[in-house]
Design a protein around this ligand. Structure first.
Ligand code: PRP
Length: 209
């Protein structure tokens, strides 16, 4: 069997994705919780896992450095890449939302803080609202609190961060969850082995193939 390279980010999604792989019969026995290793091979030697930064996963897959990637739909919406999105893994579910203080927000000109500037710009432009989008890399909820932005566009999972900072969801933009993406050339060359892996993952999830 040809070897497949899978890219994903360390963290909660990776932990859940590894469980899906186990259910699919792909085991990474050498994985240790506190390991700093960036490359890992499964027990059969056929699947190589590379750990990269989440936002870089689609780039590794598009460029063919990885055949397969596991990444949130939110990342794909922000930075669309020329890859096949093949399975909704139904893990790490969250929503991309507009959030801010309760009540209406200005509907002509808005300052928006976000880790998702493309999503934010597109969403408000489609509503005919002009925006000044401030790109931040984290702690986005702080922006309205200190008067730096009218609203934020961010992901909400449990809602805890918004609640603890006195903010609410004002509008929902999109649902997100982890997706399995595939490099287009890899799919053409390694069709059988990729389809086999996807079939096993879906079977493990209890999804009909
Ligand atoms: C994400 C997101 C929100 C929070 C939402 O941030 O940007 O801040 O999680 O989760 P919740 O609805 O369960 O509270 P992350 O944890 O990635 O940290 P960051 O602010 O440093 O980006």
């Amino acid at each position: 069997m040809e070897q497949l390279t899978v890219a994903m980010a360390k963290g909660r999604t990776a932990t859940k994705a590894m469980k899906l792989f186990e259910q699919a019969g792909i085991y990474f026995s050498s994985l240790q919780d506190d390991s700093r290793k960036l490359v890992l091979t499964d027990d059969s030697g056929q699947v190589k896992l590379i750990f990269v930064k989440a936002v870089d996963v689609p780039t590794y897959v598009e460029k063919g450095a990885a055949d397969i990637g596991i990444i949130g739909k939110d990342v794909l919406l922000e930075d669309p890449k020329d890859v096949y999105e093949m399975v909704d893994l139904r893990i790490s579910a969250c929503k991309l939302v507009v959030a801010g203080f309760p009540g209406p927000y200005p509907n002509t000109q808005l300052t928006v803080a976000s880790k998702y500037p493309h999503v934010a710009k597109t969403f408000f432009t489609n509503k005919g609202i002009r925006t000044d989008v401030i790109t931040l890399n984290g702690s986005v909820e702080l922006a309205p609190l200190i008067g730096m932005a009218d609203v934020i566009v961010d992901i909400v999972e449990t809602g805890k961060t918004l609640k603890e900072n006195g903010l609410v969801v004002l509008e929902e933009i999109a649902d997100s969850s982890a997706r399995l993406i595939v490099n287009k050339a890899s799919f053409a060359i390694k069709t059988a082995v990729i389809q086999q892996l996807i079939g096993s993952v879906k079977e493990g999830m209890g999804v009909s193939t």
